[in-house]
Design a protein around this ligand. Structure first.
Ligand code: OAD
Length: 250
């Protein structure tokens, strides 16, 4: 980690962070594109597309029930906690996540934009009613879960391939990227757009950009710094150093 990044973070008025599955890897949530990742073992066309859901609702609901269970049994790791700490350091801060696991909120981040939804929520595709745990109980037995009000199918509140992002989410993320003095991209392969365009957009608007990843992402060459390593090991000392630097100035 460079002194430049620490100084920039300590000085920054606006900080924006984009996160992907890698930030939750150390909590035990599988990533998508690493070796043995979800898209290595499962087909996105069969599980993350509305047509697949309408064709095989039991299969898709069952897969999400399993992922929901994994997520509810996990806890934030030091990377999530460092990013929650960073929010208290930066005067203006936005955490933009592609993750659906809720772990940033659980770690204490308040300003979070979920670009791809949240797996802990489900709703009826016909009447929009939010589903309760009880409504989803049949999915744990391989049965189809339906809305108790209108009998419509219940789906997870996540963005599937070909679907629009939640209203206003991308606009908020783009504004934060444009305003950012420092933009961090953490644990994302940066191949799924429009999220993947944010680090470069931030760089074009003058932000100092850095990536934290165990490997180089698709946009690494366009950023100012690449910090190779696990997010849970790289972020805590980075944020701590930035806080010490900021304290030393006051
Ligand atoms: P990917 O699985 O594509 O990428 C995970 C990234 O995290 C890779 O670049 C890894 O090198 C890195 N990584 C793994 N472990 C790490 C660790 N401990 N610390 C730091 N980095 C680590 O996941 P995303 O980029 O999040 O979309 O994928 C983007 C979207 O593709 C997801 O939101 C999902 C998927 O299809 C939807 O479901 C709509």
């Amino acid at each position: 980690m460079s002194d430049e990044l620490i100084r920039r973070l300590a000085d920054a008025d606006h900080v924006a962070v984009l996160t992907g599955a890698g930030v939750s890897a150390e909590s035990g949530v599988p990533t998508f594109r690493d070796e043995d990742g979800l898209w290595d073992r499962f087909s996105p066309q069969e599980l993350a597309h509305v047509d697949a859901f309408l064709e095989n609702p039991d299969l898709v609901q069952g897969w999400y029930a399993h992922r929901r269970k994994v997520v509810t049994e996990t806890e934030p790791n030091p990377a999530h906690r460092a990013l929650a700490d960073l929010e208290t350091l930066a005067p203006n801060f936005l955490l933009i996540t592609q993750n659906v696991d809720d772990l940033h909120q659980q770690a204490g981040n308040d300003n979070v934009v979920e670009l791809h939804g949240n797996i802990r929520r489900s709703y009826c595709i016909d009447c929009g009613r939010e589903a309760s745990e009880e409504d989803l109980a049949p999915t744990r037995e391989g049965k189809v879960a339906k809305c108790p009000d209108c009998d419509g199918l219940l789906r997870p509140d996540v963005v599937w391939f070909g679907e629009r992002l939640p209203e206003g989410a991308m606009e908020k993320a783009q504004q934060a990227a444009a305003a950012a003095d420092v933009f961090l991209s953490v644990g994302t392969s940066a191949v799924v757009y429009p999220a993947a365009g944010l680090p470069v957009a931030a760089a074009e608007h003058g932000a100092y950009t850095a990536e934290v990843n165990t490997g180089r992402s698709a946009v690494a060459d366009d950023l100012d710094e690449v910090l190779l390593g696990k997010a849970g090991e790289v972020l805590p000392p980075l944020v701590e150093s930035a806080r010490e630097e900021a304290d030393a100035r006051t």
